[in-house]
Design a protein around this ligand. Structure first.
Ligand SMILES: *Cc1c(COP(=O)(O)O)cnc(C)c1O
Length: 413
């Protein structure tokens, strides 16, 4: 019934991933991507050979440069120059470093602008950064009109001559709405602001051209669509012409221009290395590379085409089969305005999600108040899997299988 490109992509790439349970329909690759087969072998080599046998010598045989080398590979995927992306820390910490750097570089502009669709951690980081800077600057959070779409008009009004920084999640975690990277960047830059994009839900799901859109700054996760593993270090992008202007507020020795001189005065390394702080987590950083290799081999355009076909299928299935059961579509209908997941709202969303996991072997996730998020990664998900998932979802509601679960929520949803 279905033809290219979707299932041919998962036909070709699904066995590159560890599939421990072939009946499990995993729709949470937007929170934790699957384990690539090659990762275990690669880590085995890093552990046994590089750590076990070569010991400290490995720092000079590739470890020291690993944040840049893996960053360069990711730059290829995100439309940046190889020296514009580095892997370090977590997304939250990288955001902090770039936000403080951007504010300090523009002391005459006291305002940061974001929206209320942003990932809460990002907003916490902004609040913490502003508190640290002494309360001279302020945060304006522009509300979305409906909790689904980005407030384009509100942002255009909010970003003004006082604005140092506009920072947004490119694809928002709840509804999956995706901003127009080029248009929003251009309009904020026209007001003289810098623009910082959080690409956590975009990298590996949506084609990104950072240079094409002339983006100033960006951060993002490697453990979602990039399949880098739980807590894998994040990435940080600074356009080349800004790199010498910005200073890392967490000035550690890995970002010092000559860390092994052990001098007592900090001077930043040239280029992006200045945004490193401490010793990189080599094991989890090494685990990022095999996932990137698969995506580069498959090609982002193919992945996106298949992803659109799959999320379109879910929207059609919602309209036909799920809306009559009380589900709301909490994602944009137009594929051009969304990333790789679909959110379905239901008053019983929490318990339906639990029944899917515990009785139906479908693994989505849940975001308050009532969203069941269905994340698709066409490298390992297929349209036929989605058909089965929709059938199982229907069964949970029609047969009221959710009714046996308590209403309280668990710690991680
Ligand atoms: C997942 C996600 C994060 C996670 O940040 P960590 O520091 O890795 O916990 C941050 N921002 C966005 C937009 C995300 O989707």
């Amino acid at each position: 019934m279905f033809s290219d490109p979707t299932d041919s992509l998962s036909d070709n790439f699904r066995d590159r991933f560890v599939i421990a349970d072939h009946d499990l329909i995993y729709l949470d690759g937007n929170s934790l991507g699957r384990l690539p087969q090659a990762t275990a072998a690669h880590l085995e080599k890093v552990i046994q050979q590089e750590w076990g046998a070569d010991l400290i010598r490995s720092w000079n045989k590739g470890w020291f440069d690993l944040p840049e080398r893996v960053g360069a590979k990711l730059a290829h995927l995100l439309g940046a120059q190889p020296d514009e992306i580095i892997i370090a820390d977590s997304t939250s910490v990288n955001l902090f470093k770039l936000v403080v750097a951007a504010l300090r570089a523009q002391p005459d502009r006291p305002k940061i602008v974001t929206d209320d669709l942003n990932f809460p951690s990002d907003v916490y980081i902004l609040q913490g950064a502003l508190a640290l800077l002494g309360g001279e600057q302020r945060l304006e959070i522009v509300p979305s009109p409906d909790g689904i779409y980005g407030p384009l008009d509100g942002l255009a009004t909010a970003v003004d001559a006082e604005t140092a920084l506009l920072t947004l999640s490119h694809t928002v975690f709840k509804s999956g709405y995706t901003y127009d990277l080029t248009a929003v960047t251009r309009s904020a830059q026209a007001a003289g602001a810098l623009v910082l994009w959080d690409l956590s839900h975009s990298a590996g799901a949506v084609p990104i051209d950072l240079n094409g859109a002339n983006v100033d700054l960006a951060v993002g996760c490697t453990y979602k669509y990039l399949n880098g593993g739980p807590g894998a270090p994040a990435f940080l992008y600074v356009r080349r012409d800004l790199q010498e202007r910005l200073r890392n507020p967490i000035s550690g020795w890995m970002g010092q221009h000559n860390p092994f001189a052990f001098g007592l005065d900090y001077a930043p390394a040239p280029g992006l290395r200045r945004f490193l702080t401490g010793t990189p987590p080599i094991l989890s950083l090494a685990a990022v590379e095999p996932g990137l290799d698969i995506i580069l081999e498959a090609g982002m355009a193919h992945i996106r085409a298949a992803s659109v076909q799959m999320t379109d299928y879910l929207v059609q299935a919602w309209q036909r089969e799920l809306a009559p059961l009380g589900f709301a579509l909490n994602s944009p209908r137009d594929a051009a305005e969304r990333g790789g997941h679909i959110s379905l709202g239901h008053p019983e969303g929490w318990r339906i999600n639990r029944a899917l996991i515990e009785q139906m072997n479908v693994l989505p996730d849940f975001r308050r108040p009532d969203n069941i998020r269905l994340g698709v990664n066409p490298l390992y998900n297929s349209l036929s899997e989605l058909e089965t998932a929709v059938a199982r979802l229907r069964k949970v509601v029609v047969d009221r299988l959710y009714a046996q679960y308590p209403l309280e929520m668990t710690a991680v949803t």
